[in-house]
Design a protein around this ligand. Structure first.
Ligand code: SF4
Length: 243
């Protein structure tokens, strides 16, 4: 079994509850959604090559052939000083499209590996169930564009909440009270202690502006009706010039 990787690097987590933590990022190819504000379009189109940053921050990329076996990917990760990393982030695209690959790769990293961090759009609960025993932290997005897969998100969270988990929502200027209320009540119905992070959209591509500061406060206030821990955190890696 093989998977195509888009990029591998050691950098700083710029989003969500673990912002600031040092991670090795493994970006896997492909996604089952098509969000208009997607800031990783390279992860959506087929690529014969993966880029790997050899020295953190130096942009000294080497290119590696795709697809890779789990054994090849595990060897690649040993290039970094894993003991100095908080976690290995499997991201995308949607990493759970490669659940069988992850199932084989993660045990190859050995018992001293850092935590395993999954960044997911939360729409593939069956695939999460196949790997949840190997995952330490689940960062689940609810994407508010297009048809929202509420039932899939509920089943996903029911599986994820046996691990450390939180939900992240990218807020657009036109994000409505109704959709935020529904998301917060859904999360609360699974576990009211689950943290929710609102991420004001970073202008990119067709998205020209972020929500107004006042609007973020209104939505946080609304979500706090259902949940105890609701935070507003922008994409900080872009502020810092990190990849
Ligand atoms: S789920 Fe993530 S990777 Fe997939 S299209 Fe949306 S923003 Fe892009």
């Amino acid at each position: 079994m093989r998977a195509s990787l888009v990029e591998v690097m050691s950098s700083i987590q710029g989003e969500g509850l673990f912002v600031g933590c040092r991670q090795v990022f493994v970006r896997l190819l492909g996604c089952n959604l098509a969000c208009p504000y997607c800031d990783t379009p390279a992860s959506l189109t087929e690529s014969r090559q993966c880029r790997m940053e050899q020295s953190p921050g130096k942009r000294d990329f080497v290119t590696l052939d795709n697809p890779m076996t789990p054994e090849q990917a595990a060897e690649l990760l040993q290039h970094y000083d894993l003991a100095k990393h908080h976690s290995i982030s499997f991201t995308g695209g949607e990493p759970l499209l490669h659940a069988a690959f992850l199932r084989r790769l993660i045990p190859l990293l050995g018992p001293k590996r850092p935590l395993i961090f999954l960044e997911t759009n939360g729409t593939l609960p069956g695939d999460l169930a196949r790997v949840i025993d190997l995952i330490d932290i689940v960062s689940m997005d609810i994407k508010l564009s297009g048809d929202i897969l509420w039932d899939a998100h509920a089943r996903f969270l029911q599986t994820a909440c046996c691990k450390q988990a939180y939900v992240k929502i990218v807020v657009l200027p036109d994000t409505s009270d109704e959709v935020v209320s529904r998301a917060a009540s859904l999360i609360s119905s699974i576990d009211p202690d689950l943290p929710l992070v609102f991420q004001p959209v970073t202008p990119y591509g067709p998205v020209r502006r972020s929500p107004a500061p006042e609007r973020m406060l209104q939505l946080q206030d609304l979500a706090l009706t259902w949940l105890k821990d609701v935070r507003v955190i922008p994409q900080t890696h872009k502020l810092m010039g990190q990849l």
